[in-house]
Design a protein around this ligand. Structure first.
Ligand SMILES: NC(=O)c1ccc[n+]([C@@H]2O[C@H](COP(=O)([O-])OP(=O)(O)OC[C@H]3O[C@@H](n4cnc5c(N)ncnc54)[C@H](OP(=O)(O)O)[C@@H]3O)[C@@H](O)[C@H]2O)c1
Length: 274
């Protein structure tokens, strides 16, 4: 699948995507990056060997895909400086909270737009990306977006753009919930007498093993959890404490709060993109 891709923004996410694309066999010479920060551009080129430039070229002939990978508040400036795009140019934006409607307006009515929401495990090519396309984006263009984001992990298409807020709360913020659990477990391990190094190793290996088991596809997490929870046993003692602390309700409230915050930020940051 040939894509001549121009990334705008050469930060963490663009680096993860370019690394993933190269690993998937995308030729280096088919990728270029616009990066305003000279030292970031130099590092990007040194790391991945792709061409970097300091501004969006006036002539985008030969570019089939434009990936917007700057911070949401930098999107209006990028859209303003972008030349008129032909319908065939696929725009893929990973900017959190900036809607396809806002992107289209900023690009003077351009319609070939896909919005993507990856998460930080993309940095180790184990990300989850939610994708949403405006009406009228062809199946071929959707497939290109799938292929591009697949370079850093799995991909899930959303039917409605509003679902991006809930997706942000689950997979976008989700790694932080897991890290929070790891932090708490590590503290608890240390308070039970383990040194910090051992506590960290125990927690990391437990989380890795549990995630692999849960993702092996054979059983639901609930079944796996019941299997290690013998009546009157050690796990049952711990689970009782978590349930008394309203574990499920607390997690549900946390996700609802993140979804609501995503909606609010879309109005503030996304509004700036209009
Ligand atoms: N990191 C994540 O986990 C994650 C997850 C989901 C979505 N996202 C989205 O991905 C996007 C990029 O995130 P990131 O973490 O990669 O950000 P980042 O590291 O800040 O990268 C953005 C880069 O673009 C540069 N830049 C700013 N304005 C520019 C312009 N007009 N033209 C070209 N380059 C420009 C920035 O330079 P300066 O620093 O000098 O401004 C910076 O080096 C954001 O919109 C974010 O919402 C990120």
């Amino acid at each position: 699948m040939t894509m001549s891709i121009l990334f705008v923004g050469g930060g963490n996410m663009a680096s993860a995507l370019v690394g993933g694309l190269l690993a998937h066999g995308q030729p280096r010479e088919e990728i270029a990056v616009v990066e305003v920060n000279i030292s970031v551009a130099r590092d990007f080129h040194a790391r991945w060997g792709v061409t970097t430039v300091s501004a969006i070229p006036e002539n985008l002939e030969g570019i089939s895909t434009l990936v917007l990978a700057v911070k949401p508040q930098q999107i209006p400036g990028v859209l303003h400086g972008c030349p008129a795009l032909s319908d065939t140019v696929r725009v893929i934006s990973i900017a959190a909270g900036v809607t396809t409607q806002q992107l289209s307006q900023g690009l003077r009515g351009h319609g070939n737009i896909v919005r993507a929401m990856p998460n930080t495990p993309a940095l180790v090519r184990a990300g989850v990306t939610g994708l949403f396309a405006r009406e009228g984006v062809s199946q071929e263009d959707r497939d290109h977006a799938t292929a591009l984001m697949h370079a850093v992990g799995s991909v899930h298409w959303l039917d409605q753009e509003a679902q991006m807020d809930a997706l942000t709360a689950i997979s976008g913020s989700g790694p932080a919930y897991v890290f929070l659990l790891m932090e708490a477990l590590q503290r608890a391990a240390e308070s039970q007498g383990f040194d910090a190094h051992t506590a960290q190793a125990l927690v990391e290996e437990t989380v890795r093993g549990a995630a692999l088991l849960a993702c092996s596809g054979h059983e639901d997490p609930g079944v796996l959890r019941q299997r290690v929870t013998s009546p009157g046993g050690t796990t049952a003692a711990a689970v009782r404490v978590l349930e008394e602390g309203q574990w499920f309700s607390l997690v549900g409230q946390a996700v609802a709060a993140a979804t609501q915050r995503s909606r609010e930020l879309a109005q503030v940051d996304g509004g700036a993109a209009k």
